[in-house]
Design a protein around this ligand. Structure first.
Ligand code: HPA
Length: 275
């Protein structure tokens, strides 16, 4: 048997055994901007990653690593509190194992959030952006023998980000008086930030945002037939010139992501309610 599938099955069976018969409809990867969403999930069951057999162990000390299953907008959800990044040194199949596990548990929708730098000069710090497409600059997580049980060898990516969910999100945001952009996310490996030359190059590719996450999970979710909705919080505007005082600082990223939470939490909740 394929060792990768063994691991996925083992982890999924363990999680299912803890869910008291619940069947999550949607999964949420709580990236920057959405961390606090975990606190409003009702009737929670918390499963630390450290207890799940075959699950990756977080490399970030003090970083939360839990699955939280409960109810949001009246729907059963499975949230990942703490995600894995390629720059932490995981290989792609380990990094995306949680998404395969979600698929095994019957999840049909994946909601993802992240922090990103703005390449589009019209975007401001603190803006929120619906991801409408991506450009992948990391290794493709589907490289290797295809897992036929999950999906095809050459999965389509024409509508990687679900059009209906985007439309609904725009309607909900309009009703709430929230301004949203729709943009293209450029997924780089990090962990170094981009040089100004790279920023100009990525912008010229048509991308509006750059970040270091999300794309591997989205590709694997689409391979499994899971419908995806993604949003970015603009935590900094990327530097296009080699000017000394322009420097990126991880602290800004954390602060700005926190401020956008107030808008993103009700939006995600209403969107999930509408499923
Ligand atoms: N570049 C890459 N990733 C990021 C950035 C950035 O400027 N900001 C937040 N995540």
């Amino acid at each position: 048997m394929d060792e990768r599938i063994n691991k996925i099955d083992t982890a999924a069976q363990f999680i299912a055994s803890r869910l008291e018969g619940r069947k999550p409809l949607a999964a949420i990867i709580l990236g920057s901007g959405l961390g606090e969403l975990a606190e409003i999930i009702e009737d929670r069951i918390t499963i630390p990653y450290t207890e799940i057999p075959c699950f990756p162990v977080s490399t970030v000390i003090g970083h939360k690593g839990n699955f939280i299953c409960g109810f949001l907008g009246g729907k059963c959800v499975l949230a990942m509190q703490g995600r894995f990044h390629y720059y932490e040194g995981y290989d792609m199949s380990t990094l995306t194992l949680p998404v395969r596990v979600m698929s095994k548990l019957g999840v049909q929708f994946l909601f993802v959030s992240n922090a990103a730098g703005a390449l589009n000069p019209e975007y401001k710090v603190g803006d929120t952006v619906i991801i409408r497409d991506h450009i992948n600059f990391m290794p493709n997580p589907l490289i290797g023998p295809n897992m036929e049980d999950f999906g095809p060898r050459f999965p389509d990516m024409t509508c990687a980000y679900d059009l209906e969910l985007q439309k609904k999100a725009l309607e909900i945001a309009e009703g709430m008086g929230i301004k949203l952009h729709r943009g293209i996310y450029f997924g780089g490996s990090g962990p170094s930030y981009e040089t100004p030359a790279e920023v100009r190059f990525f912008r010229s590719s048509g991308a509006d945002l750059v970040g270091m996450s999300t794309v591997p999970e989205v590709i694997v979710a689409r391979h499994c037939g899971i419908r995806v909705f993604g949003m970015s919080v603009v935590t900094n505007v990327c530097n296009t010139q080699n000017v000394e005082r322009n420097f990126n600082d991880g602290e800004d990223v954390v602060q700005q992501a926190g401020a956008a939470t107030k808008r993103m939490i009700p939006l995600f909740t209403k969107l999930i309610e509408s499923l």
